[in-house]
Write a protein that binds this ligand. Structure first.
Ligand SMILES: Cc1cc2nc3c(=O)[nH]c(=O)nc-3n(C[C@H](O)[C@H](O)[C@H](O)COP(=O)(O)OP(=O)(O)OC[C@H]3O[C@@H](n4cnc5c(N)ncnc54)[C@H](O)[C@@H]3O)c2cc1C
Length: 426
């Protein structure tokens, strides 16, 4: 029995975060009828897409797994204010994830990961420009460049070494001298050894972007249903016949699981395992003041992002592998603000307008899981966009739509195969 008043779509997308909405956008553009279901409201704080710092563009395309990360990570584990943490626990899925992550901490994997993520980010930026040119999304994307700030000489030297590889791939990344920095950000006190500028640094306003994208989807005939949690699937052989939600049942021809960190639980209902871990991060929104930059700034060594939002500024960071737990640790929040003040001493961190925690859906190689779910002919997965999901979701959504439509994919789908860790492809 289907829900009264609701027609069964060609494709049902589970999850209305940035990934689910981008999938829906490209599925609709491919001519499908689409329904998106989410257990919450679009843009509410539980979704990882709702409170993040919104950096998009071509900066920050490095995977999390890099040579040297295991050693640094162990040092960081001992400091409660560090940008990285693992809550120790006996959890087979976490141990398997860490094993794959450790395996990817090589030069070769890091280089290949960078190439793939950069290509996805470049495509995504071009797609975002198209999407955000629609009336409903006006003002949600800004492109004023992004500053990479390095506190130490060592950090600055390391950052400068990334310039040739980036520029060779078309990223407009360059050194930013003190005089030009002062011209770009007059009156802002930067306590840094040096800065770089990525002229292609861009910013999405969140959650406004999500709300506007949902409105644009609705205007194009997509049914975005909120307050509908997927609880169960009816399966016959290799096909899902029905999706049971808290507000009724739907019988779509295709199902896409794009439920962020909760994709693992959704897929498990179908007996599909995903190599995915939640990685908690925090943002603190402060009133903007004279010490606030007007462009997005990435505080390089501290792994903290600073995003100006008009009369407010959002500061975000930390990555904690602590399971499905979005509780807020005041110590980690203090650690983020302490780091921010080291680079921007005049930043007023005294009055916190909002403190938010979100769970990033992370894979060991930092590449998303996009493609058909093993064992099913009509179930696909789109998740695992990790620390840069806002910047990857459009290209990922387009790839997913091509796979579901049986069209020629414009990216190699095997790179993103959902079962690549279990099959030893990655
Ligand atoms: C502190 C922080 C800062 C970040 N900064 C950036 C940044 O600057 N740039 C960037 O690119 N990325 C950033 N990210 C990462 C980015 O936020 C994520 O990669 C992205 O939001 C993941 O989107 P998603 O759609 O997969 O998941 P989500 O946004 O979490 O969406 C999943 C949705 O699925 C729904 N759902 C779950 N289970 C069910 C169910 N059973 N039935 C129905 N609905 C369900 C949930 O309600 C939710 O709305 C940051 C993350 C954090 C934590």
């Amino acid at each position: 029995m289907t829900t009264p008043g609701r027609t069964d779509p060609d494709v049902l997308v589970v999850g209305a975060g940035v990934v689910g909405l981008c999938c829906a956008w490209f599925l609709r553009r491919a001519g499908h009828t689409v329904t998106v279901v989410d257990r919450g409201e679009v843009g509410d704080a539980a979704a990882c897409s709702a409170g993040n710092t919104g950096f998009v563009g071509t900066q920050g395309s490095a995977p999390l797994a890099e040579p040297g990360v295991p050693a640094t990570g162990i040092r960081w584990l001992l400091r409660p204010e560090s940008p990285f943490a693992v809550r120790p626990r006996l959890d087979g899925a976490l141990l398997a994830w860490l094993w794959h992550f450790r395996r990817h901490c090589t030069e070769q994997h890091a280089r290949a990961g960078f190439e793939t993520l950069l290509a996805l980010k470049q495509r995504s930026l071009a797609l975002l420009r198209e999407i955000c040119a629609e009336d409903e999304l006006a003002g949600t994307l800004t492109e004023r460049g992004m500053i990479l700030a390095c506190h130490t000489e060592q950090g600055y030297a390391k950052a400068r070494r990334t310039i040739p590889a980036a520029t060779a791939r078309g990223v407009p990344l360059r050194e930013l001298g003190r005089a030009e920095l002062a011209r770009l950000e007059p009156g802002v006190d930067f306590a840094v050894a040096g800065t770089l500028l990525n002229e292609e640094g861009a910013a999405l306003r969140v959650p406004a972007f999500l709300v506007a994208l949902a409105a644009a989807l609705r205007a194009r005939g997509v049914d975005v249903v909120t307050g509908a949690e997927v609880r169960d699937f009816e399966v016959t052989g290799r096909r899902v016949r029905a999706v049971r939600t808290t507000s009724g049942e739907l019988r779509p021809a295709e199902v896409v699981i794009a439920a962020g960190v909760w994709s693992a639980a959704c897929a498990r209902m179908l007996g599909v395992g995903l190599t995915l871990q939640p990685a908690k991060g925090y943002t603190v929104t402060l009133p903007a003041g004279p010490g606030t930059p007007t462009r997005p700034v990435l505080l390089s060594e501290g792994k903290v992002a600073v995003m100006p939002l008009g009369d407010r500024v959002r500061v975000g960071g930390t990555l904690e592998l602590s399971g499905l737990d979005a509780s807020i640790s005041p110590r980690r929040v203090d650690g983020i603000l302490h780091t921010a003040r080291r680079y921007l001493p005049a930043l007023d961190t005294g009055r916190r307008l909002d403190v938010w925690a979100g769970l990033r859906p992370c894979t060991p190689d930092s590449l998303p899981l996009i493609g058909r779910a093993d064992g099913y002919d009509n179930v696909s997965v789109a998740t695992g966009h990790g620390h840069i999901g806002m910047g990857l979701a459009p290209a990922g959504g387009k790839l997913l739509a091509q796979i579901v439509s049986g069209a020629e994919p414009d990216l190699p789908p095997e790179t993103f195969a959902v079962d690549r860790f279990r099959k030893g492809i990655s």
